[in-house]
Design a protein around this ligand. Structure first.
Ligand code: IPE
Ligand code: IPE
Ligand code: MG
Length: 239
């Protein structure tokens, strides 16, 4: 196994879990077969994050734009989401993991919204790892919803326009007090952001893996972290 520098573990890792459809197609199966097999890779990523003491892991599960897919695929994804929450809640809780769903939850079915609230409530005091699942999430939506909240508070005289600065706006994003992303990984060889976290990746290191998401494992994850450890982060300074 790859040796990592335990003093330089990224605090916040975000992953665009892409390639389920292509993985299924390669096996001559329907796309949903790929989505079903994505859950094993999610489990492995979560357990690895826990093992190397990552503080926040954010996984992109469904974008604001993914509703444009065929109704059957969308319905299949919603069913899988519900099943995963039902199946994994206890295990997440016993492993000290706090689950947050990031995104516009109001567009989900009532059942799914209730389940999400239950799991978030069950795990809210856990401190070993924050697991954000971005579902019906868009980076542009996140900044927009933050702006709306701030505008409302200004209108209600709770904050002044002169109070608005970067650190205030950040508090209104779905990720609230969490640290910004250190390492962003995308699988399947695509090299784009696809409206994932925008603000929060301002200074993230980007890592693109050729592996299709259902094949992503501890080894791939550790290679991404190793690559991160070999980068020089400058944050705008000269050296
Ligand atoms: C990522 O896999 C999962 C979701 C977007 C829900 P895709 O379904 O995008 O798989 P590809 O990119 O078509 O292979
Ligand atoms: C991004 O993947 C969204 C998720 C992985 C959930 P997509 O497959 O939807 O992105 P594009 O359409 O290839 O940019
Ligand atoms: Mg895709």
């Amino acid at each position: 196994m790859i040796e990592l520098d335990t003093n330089n573990i990224p605090k916040h890792v975000a992953i665009i879990m892409d390639g389920n459809g292509r993985w299924a197609k390669k096996k001559g199966k329907m796309r949903i077969f790929g989505h079903r097999n994505a859950l094993n890779a999610v489990r492995e990523a979560v357990s690895y994050a826990r093992k190397i003491n990552i503080e926040v892991l954010t996984l992109y599960a469904f974008s604001s734009e993914n509703w444009k897919r065929p109704a059957q695929e969308v319905a299949g994804l919603m069913t899988l989401f519900m099943q995963a929450l039902e199946k994994e809640a206890k295990e997440l809780n016993s492993n000290g993991i706090k689950l947050n769903i990031l995104g516009n939850k109001s567009q989900f079915s009532d059942n799914l919204q209730v389940k999400i609230t239950q799991v978030e409530e069950l795990t809210k005091n856990n401190t070993k790892l924050i697991l954000n699942i971005a579902a019906n999430y868009g980076g542009m939506w996140d900044i927009t919803q933050a702006t709306k909240q701030i505008a409302t508070e200004v209108k209600e005289n709770k904050i002044l326009v002169s109070d608005i600065n970067e650190s205030l706006l950040q508090q209104y994003l779905c990720t609230q007090q969490q640290p910004n992303v250190d390492l962003l990984i995308r699988t399947s060889g695509e090299q784009r952001i696809s409206n994932f976290l925008l603000w929060q990746i301002a200074y993230a290191e980007l890592y693109f893996s050729e592996v299709l998401w259902p094949d992503f494992n501890e080894r791939e994850f550790s290679q991404a972290v190793l690559a991160y450890q070999q980068r020089e982060r400058r944050f705008g300074c000269s050296e």
